[in-house]
Design a binder for this molecule. Structure first.
Ligand code: PMV
Length: 362
């Protein structure tokens, strides 16, 4: 498919007003996206677990303007409070997607949104937020084109979400999503996320993700700035190649359920992401001392018990502790007794692999 396939022909129908809503989850990458071309075309393929509990709930009300003008008209509310500082990002999204959703200037919109996780938790809301909004926009487009298939709906929602925030394209469906073209995954594309098309062993069903909130503050370096630092990065070429190689290496692991090999691969990916940050120019470190304390404790506990506890990191100091559901009771006990002490105000979130966004009926 190409971008052109998302430009609609004349709509057979139109609607005056209404309201649609979606709940969309966050996701956590196992093989990381770090480095992009224009409009979130990734420099390398990535693969993620979709989450269940960390999500954004968004409703979009729309009313046809009496006379179409040349402006996007919308208001945004977060937790029932007007959020004008969200407007520039949404305006940028609208500008980027207007060619694919030509009705945008014909309506006045009200966006009401909330997150299930605390706003200042260090958990990025861009993946869940942008995907929820993209899905709402697609629900409106579907009213104009009722014959649209679910497959096309999901692809286009992912495509639009990507134009808002790259990793958001991996939040539409679950449980494992691949984004970015790579020869080892059939159907993979830079334009949108696809469901991982091969066998996944039962060991990875209901995989747990306990997110340890080490630092809830604003990041010193935004992910946009971080991606840009890959442009002239001395190790960029090797890193992008490594991501292709790692996705290929993950395939037999996912099929056979080899948890030890899985752990090695994903922990190496997490540390490689941060190694790229440390070797950028300018260089930066997003991990905190407590992040390292947690990683060392996880390694020691794994060595002592043989349990399949592991970690991954996103672009921040928080630690995602990953483990299979059948080892959850011992591992959660360890997290509570040994790791929570390193979290800011003792805060952590228990999540698990999920199956994608949900339409809010009525
Ligand atoms: O979607 P962005 O621009 O916030 O970038 C996400 C980057 C990482 O979280 C570090 C990795 C990933 O693949 O999600």
């Amino acid at each position: 498919m190409s971008e052109q396939d998302f430009i609609p022909k004349e709509y057979p129908k139109t609607v005056e007003s209404g309201k649609v809503g979606w709940e969309s989850p966050s996701n956590i990458a196992l093989i990381k996206y770090w480095g992009k071309k224009k409009h979130q075309i990734p420099e390398n393929p990535s693969i993620s677990f979709t989450l269940t509990h960390c999500k954004t709930i968004t409703s979009l009300s729309y009313i046809k303007k009496k006379k179409e003008d040349s402006e996007f008209s919308f208001e945004v509310y977060l937790d029932n409070e007007k959020k004008d500082d969200f407007k520039p990002k949404i305006n940028t999204l609208f500008k980027r997607v207007e060619i694919y959703l030509p009705f945008l200037k014909a309506y006045e919109f009200t966006i009401e949104t909330k997150n299930t996780f605390p706003h200042s938790s260090g958990i990025a809301s861009s993946a869940s937020g942008m995907s929820a909004l993209a899905l709402c926009l697609m629900s409106i487009e579907r009213l104009f084109q009722p014959e649209m298939s679910d497959g096309f709906f999901n692809k286009k929602a992912s495509f639009l979400a990507r134009l808002g925030s790259g990793s958001a394209c991996r939040s539409i469906e679950g449980d494992l999503i691949v984004w970015g073209h790579t020869d080892s995954v059939k159907g993979s594309t830079d334009l949108f996320g696809i469901k991982y098309p091969y066998k996944i062993h039962d060991n990875f069903k209901d995989y747990q993700d306990t997110i340890l909130l080490v630092d809830k503050g604003e990041k010193q370096v935004s992910s946009t700035a971080g991606h840009n630092l890959m442009l002239n990065h001395p190790f960029a070429k090797e890193r992008f190649q490594q991501a292709h190689y790692n996705i290929k290496a993950l395939k037999p692991i996912l099929e056979s359920g080899d948890l030890s090999a899985f752990i090695k691969l994903i922990e190496s990916e997490a540390l490689t992401l941060h190694a790229m940050m440390m070797s950028s120019m300018p260089y930066f470190i997003l991990m905190k001392p407590n992040t390292l304390e947690i990683l060392n404790k996880i390694w020691l506990f794994r060595q002592q018990t043989g349990l399949h506890i592991s970690f991954t990191l996103d672009a921040g100091a928080n630690v995602h502790v990953l483990y299979p559901k059948n080892q959850a009771s011992q591992i959660l006990e360890f997290i509570k007794s040994e790791l929570v002490a390193y979290c800011q105000n003792g805060h952590y979130i228990c999540d698990q692999i999920g199956y994608g966004a949900q339409l809010i009926k009525n």
